[in-house]
Each structure stands twice: as structure tokens, then as C-alpha cells.
Design a binder for this molecule. Structure first.
Ligand code: SAM
Length: 448
């Protein structure tokens, strides 16, 4: 086991300090910041792709941007990797990350706008899906994973969660612990409870509690009484559901949810619009920040009464604000339950004439819509645009293309192809939706 003194010169995309050994080899060290000097133990087994990882044994010089993390579990939990960096330091490091990734992957030198900070640094997450396990003696453990592992760091309080769901974690754990229900996240002992999912409407305060399990309510005697008790105890809880996920996949939710008490959905407002949200449909996790992005999107549409495609539209989060502003929007979304809710949300707001939705992969519907389209908003998952979607946008360019991205690396890959084609990049706004984590979103505005 080798230990040595290292100076940290940068941060990796996932918030680890990056330095070099005397022979030039790169070392990734969690919990260290640029400018810091530390005694680091080089991990003997972690030699991957000629990159080393290390563990900080002692900090010899601190960064002036270092601060005491707001969470007592910061040293253990892998949920937030930048808590030890000041708020201002997080924003400038996220901006640097975007600039570096664009330069490295897309060879683009872009005048980046400063990162748009989240309105709140803590308490911003309107949703949590918390892994569960039963430890010795029947103790119920719940919490997020230790960095680079699937080991739970037991928690009762998570400061980035909306306080209205954070306050439910400990009492729900206590109630679940008191049952004799099986808990088996990995499906290795016949199945049972897997995750506890909580969602709150930021504006409405309504809460949905969902237990994700490998089998139906037969295996959970007394569930209905417990659920009704929760609704009596916490009037803000509007529904309790049991979601069935019996597959050992990365998808946390299975395709069916059974209502145990109350109703299937919570109501929420978004800007001036009303929405219904289900336990398993995608919805932006930081509501006030998403509302600001909806405003930015509206400002970029080229004229009143545009024909717009909102690709990867979810439950209509951005489709409906655009339709409410007088544009005609086609939402494309693959998840059937999200499309159902998007249509319902359009109706709730009297927008069904200007907001239409197609269910299926974007690649299947986009080409036919593009000839009559002025502007496209894409908001894909982390893997970015699929090849055929990129190709369709290049072959049939639209006047304005807005790209909301949650992964700078795939954004850079896609931008490189788009600006090598008929588009120019007009602006790129990094956005902080997830303070204290290394995640960074961007809104790129392109025109042809
Ligand atoms: C990052 S979310 C954005 C949702 C929405 N724009 C919002 O802000 O609430 C991505 C969405 O794309 C959907 N999706 C993923 N792959 C897709 C595909 N190939 N075609 C259509 N939709 C897809 C997901 O179900 C999810 O709702």
C-alpha cells in the first residue's frame, strides 16, 4: 500500500479531487478540493484504465472554499459529493466542468453564462426513492448508497429533501420496522419490500407514499390499516401505493401500482398551471428551478404562435407552459402513464387544442412533424439524443432548437454533430438543479 503527498488541481465530473503522482499518473481522491494538498493512500485494487483512486489520510493544506458539510452523513453517504465545497465554489466548479467537457468532447470554446443557482441550496428535492434493508435483530435500515457501492448508509434525516418528506422518513421507518414484513431489495431471499418512495408537491404540499415491493399486498398483512393510519396522522398524505417491481433491474419502479389508501395522484401547480403527478412518472425534482427554466424556454421561442415539438415531454412540464403562452405544441413521450397524465393535464388547463401528445419513441414521430415545426425542445435522459433523432434534426433543420440536458458529456457529443451540421450555438446556460451534488444541467439554444 503506497501513500504519498498530492496536490489537487481539479474536480472530476463526479466531484472527486484530481491530482497527479510524481510520475504523472492521474489519481482521483474523494472529498478533496482544487488547491488542497493531502497525504493520500493509493488504493491497490482500483487501477482502472491507467487511472488510480486514492483515499485522503490527512489534509495538509485546505482550500479557502472548504466548508463544514451541512449533513452529518457527508463523509459516508454517496448521495451528495460536493457538500464540503462552498455554494459559490460549487457554482464556479460546475461552470468549469461544462466548459472543459465541451472543449474536450466537442472542441467547442463557448462563452458560457454563469450557472443559474438553485433558489434553495437545501430542502429542494421534491422526491426520494430510498433503498431499504433489514439488519440483524429486525432493525430496518433506509438510506442512500455509500459512494461506488450498494451498501446503505442508514439515515433518518436528509437535508436536501423537502422538509415535508424528510420529516416522514424516521416515523415511516419505525412503522415498517415494527411489522414482520420481509425486506429484500436484491430479491435474494424470496423477495419483499425494496424501496420507500416519497413525493411532495412543492406548491400544494400534497404527499404520496409508495412502497416498492417484489410482490403484492398479500405478503404484507395489515398494510391497508397502516396506510389509513398514515393518512389520518399526516393529512398532507393524499395517497399510499404499493408498486410492484419483481425484476432485478435498475428500474426502481415496476409497471403497476396498486392503490392502498387515498388516491393515485397528487395535485401540484407549476407556474400558473395545474398538474396531476403519479408516484412513478418523471417530474423535475427541483420545482422552482424548473419553473425558471420554463420561463427561459418561452423567451427563446422565435415568434408568437409557434409550432413546437416538445420531445421527451414527460407529463407535459414544458409542453403546457408553451401551449398556455399561445404556441401549438406536440409532446412526444415513450412512457404510457406519463402520456396519459400529460393529456389529462392539458385538459385540466383547457389546453387540449394547443397541446397534443404522441406516445412512443421520439425517433418514431419526429421526422413527420419537422417540416411544419418552427422550434423543437429536447429534454432527453442522460444518454442524450439517439442517432436517428440527431440525424432527423440535421436533415430537416428547425429555426430554433432548445436542448435541455442533464449530462454535459452527451450534450457535448450531440452539439458537436449539430454545429457541424446546419446549426449555430447561440447560448449555453448551465443550471444548478441539484446543489451539493456534482450534477449539472444545461440549456443550449441553437438556431439554423
Ligand atoms: C429528463 S425526462 C424529461 C421529462 C420532461 N421534459 C420534464 O421536464 O418533466 C426524459 C423523459 O423522456 C422519456 N423518454 C426516454 N426515452 C425516450 C424516447 N426514446 N422517446 C420518448 N421519450 C423518452 C422518459 O420517459 C422521460 O419522461
Amino acid at each position: 500500500m503506497q501513500s504519498c503527498e498530492i496536490t489537487i488541481t481539479g474536480l472530476s465530473h463526479d466531484g472527486q479531487g484530481v491530482g497527479r503522482l510524481a510520475d504523472g499518473q492521474v489519481v482521483f481522491v474523494p472529498d478533496l478540493l482544487p488547491g488542497e494538498r493531502a497525504l493520500v493512500r493509493i488504493e491497490p485494487t482500483a487501477r482502472r484504465h491507467r487511472v488510480l483512486t486514492g483515499q485522503c489520510l490527512q489534509r495538509l493544506q485546505d482550500s479557502p472554499l472548504r466548508r463544514r458539510p451541512p449533513c452529518i452523513l457527508a463523509d459516508h453517504c454517496g448521495g451528495c459529493s460536493l457538500q464540503h465545497l462552498s455554494a459559490a465554489g460549487q457554482l464556479s466548479s460546475k461552470r468549469d466542468t461544462v466548459a472543459q467537457v465541451l472543449q474536450r468532447i466537442a472542441h467547442l470554446k463557448v462563452a458560457l453564462d454563469p450557472v443559474l443557482a438553485s433558489p434553495s441550496e437545501l430542502g429542494y428535492r421534491n422526491r426520494a426513492v430510498i433503498p431499504l434493508e433489514r439488519a440483524e435483530g429486525g432493525v430496518l435500515r433506509a438510506g442512500f448508497y455509500r459512494r461506488s457501492s450498494h451498501r446503505i448508509v442508514n439515515m433518518n434525516h436528509c437535508p436536501v429533501l423537502d422538509p415535508r418528506i424528510d420529516a416522514l422518513v424516521a416515523p415511516l421507518k419505525a412503522d415498517l420496522e415494527a411489522t414482520d414484513w420481509p425486506v429484500d431489495r436484491h430479491l435474494s431471499q424470496g423477495g419483499g419490500l425494496r424501496h420507500l418512495a416519497l413525493r411532495v408537491g412543492h406548491h400544494s404540499g400534497e404527499v404520496l407514499i409508495t412502497l416498492i415491493a417484489s410482490h403484492g399486498s398479500d405478503g404484507f398483512a395489515g398494510l391497508s390499516e397502516l396506510a389509513q393510519g398514515w393518512m389520518r396522522r399526516w393529512p398532507q398524505v393524499v395517497g399510499v401505493l404499493l408498486n410492484l417491481q419483481d425484476k432485478p433491474t435498475n428500474a426502481l419502479f415496476g409497471p403497476t401500482s396498486k392503490l392502498i389508501a387515498g388516491r393515485q395522484w397528487l395535485s401540484e401547480s407549476f407556474g400558473s398551471l395545474r398538474f396531476q403527478l403519479a408516484c412513478d412518472t418523471f417530474f423535475q425534482v427541483n420545482t422552482p428551478q424548473a419553473e425558471r427554466v420554463a420561463e427561459l424556454v418561452l423567451q427563446q421561442l422565435p415568434r408568437p404562435g409557434c409550432q413546437v415539438v416538445d420531445a421527451y415531454c414527460g407529463v407535459g412540464t414544458f409542453t403546457l407552459p408553451m401551449a398556455a403562452a399561445g404556441h401549438h405544441v406536440h409532446g412526444l413521450e415513450v412512457h404510457p402513464a406519463s402520456v396519459q397524465l400529460a393529456r389529462l393535464n392539458a385538459q385540466l388547463n383547457g389546453l387540449e387544442q394547443r397541446a397534443r401528445f404522441e406516445q412512443g419513441p421520439v425517433a418514431e414521430h419526429l421526422t413527420a412533424l419537422l417540416p411544419a415545426t418552427d422550434a423543437v425542445l429536447v429534454d432527453p435522459p442522460r444518454k442524450g439524443l439517439e442517432g436517428p433523432v440527431r440525424q432527423a434534426l440535421i436533415e430537416q433543420p428547425v429555426q430554433r432548437l432548445l436542448y435541455l440536458s442533464c449530462d454535459p458529456a452527451t450534450l457535448a457529443r450531440d452539439l458537436e454533430a449539430l454545429v457541424s451540421g446546419p446549426y449555430q450555438l447561440d447560448s449555453l446556460q448551465p443550471l444548478d438543479f441539484f446543489p451539493n451534488t456534482s450534477h449539472i444541467e444545461c440549456l443550449a439554444v441553437l438556431s439554423s
